[in-house]
Ligand binder design. Structure first.
Ligand SMILES: *Cc1c(COP(=O)(O)O)cnc(C)c1O
Length: 388
């Protein structure tokens, strides 16, 4: 079967199909502030590190309720530098869920360690303390729980388990800015938390950007050195360790500072839209995102439903002017990039089953009732056709 169209151009009767996400819906006053902040910076010629990056780091740490934040060049680099700060490298294993964006596993490979890809819980689609317990071995040095689509994983449960072993916890919070894990923010429960500010993320920059948060001053200092050639902040030509170039751009920091002021409002809007869409498509032909357990949260980075006839559903929605996507169509262990792990078809059955059934519906801050109604009507009018 040919895959359904990823984008819609000429759907009869709908010249404006609803995209899965939009990053061009803007508040003009905020956009003017972003431009002013970037202009001021360009005039000063202050393009790397400096006040702007530091100010964003303080503000983002405060937003997360974490002692330190270190601005880096992407979410992938945030994960790489968190692993390097813990001295994880060749010979080490890091437990990673097989249903994440590939960057979670790539970061482990980039430091020379081996990702131990594990299956997830069928209801929540995230890793569980039990799944981690079964995978911990003599070479395990860290676990990376992923707060997938904005739904939190039980990091506290995973931390309680790994404390008994000498295993660190690095949260991949790249899809969960502002989500709550009990009384803490996602990213601040483990030893280190990693964020991406890629433009489509819940807090997005004007390009690539990321951050590492931690309460541990020594780890924060290590990430600071590693991101900039082993130099401590403010010290030039003094290289303590072999680092890299993975600093947060000051231009991105300036934009992120303006956008961070509205992140709580944007997150509330995502929660509201997620709850409304849940209510509107409930009882229909699709299964809804898992209800969140006690202490958990969902900030709806992506609104993912499940359907046995997923590809038919996507075609049906396309003809109703509703674009859809699949995050992610191939589990990490089934990608050619990780073929050498030797994890064949059926080795991680839950993740594989999910990959065949999941479908991302549109959800973006600024979406109105007409869009919600068209999505809900499209889903409600879908009747799976049984095929021989
Ligand atoms: C986006 C993302 C990353 C990587 O972030 P980049 O900024 O694109 O490098 C890592 N993990 C998850 C779960 C992500 O969604």
């Amino acid at each position: 079967m040919s895959p359904p169209p990823a984008t819609l151009s000429a759907v009869p009767g709908h010249q404006d199909p609803i995209p899965v996400m939009r990053i061009d819906v803007r508040d003009e006053a905020q956009f003017a502030h972003e431009q002013e902040a970037v202009h001021a910076l360009a005039r000063r010629g202050a393009f790397t590190l400096g006040d702007e990056v530091q100010a964003f780091e303080h503000e983002f740490a405060a937003f997360c309720g974490s002692a330190h934040a270190v601005g880096v060049s992407s979410g992938t680099e945030a994960l790489v530098l968190a692993l390097r700060a813990l001295d994880i490298g060749p010979g080490d294993e890091v437990i990673v869920p097989a249903n994440s964006f590939i960057a979670t596993a790539e970061a482990v490979s980039l430091v020379g360690a081996t990702p131990a890809l594990i299956d997830v819980d069928e209801d929540t689609a995230v890793m569980t303390p039990e799944g981690v317990a079964a995978a911990i071995g003599p070479r395990t040095r860290a676990v990376i729980p992923v707060h997938l689509c904005g739904a939190t994983a039980d990091v506290a449960g995973i931390v309680a388990l790994t404390r008994r072993h000498d295993v660190a916890v690095i949260e991949d919070a790249c899809q969960a800015h502002g989500a709550r894990c009990g009384d803490r923010a996602a990213g601040t429960v483990g030893d280190l938390g990693c964020f991406s500010f890629y433009p489509t993320k819940n807090l997005g920059a004007w390009g690539d950007a990321g951050a590492v948060v931690t309460d541990d001053a020594a780890l924060a200092a290590r990430v600071q050195r590693l991101r900039s050639h082993g130099e401590a902040p403010g010290s030039r030509h003094h290289h303590d360790v072999v680092g890299t170039t993975a600093r947060l751009d000051a231009v991105q920091a300036a934009v992120l500072r303006v956008r961070l002021r509205r992140l709580a409002v944007v997150t509330a809007e995502r929660r509201r839209l997620g709850a409304r869409l849940r209510g509107m498509v409930a009882g229909g032909p699709v299964r809804l995102p898992a209800a969140i357990g006690p202490g958990g949260d969902h900030v709806y980075h992506l609104f993912v439903v499940r359907c046995d006839a997923r590809d038919d559903l996507r075609e049906h929605l396309a003809t109703h002017g509703v674009a859809t996507a699949v995050h992610y169509p191939t589990p990490i262990h089934r990608t050619p990039a990780y073929g050498d792990l030797g994890l064949g078809e059926g080795s991680l059955p839950v993740v594989e089953r999910l990959a065949r059934r999941i479908c991302t519906l549109p959800l973006w801050p600024g979406m109105g009732d007409p869009e919600l109604e068209r999505i809900a009507a499209g889903v409600a009018s879908f009747t799976p056709v049984s095929r021989v």
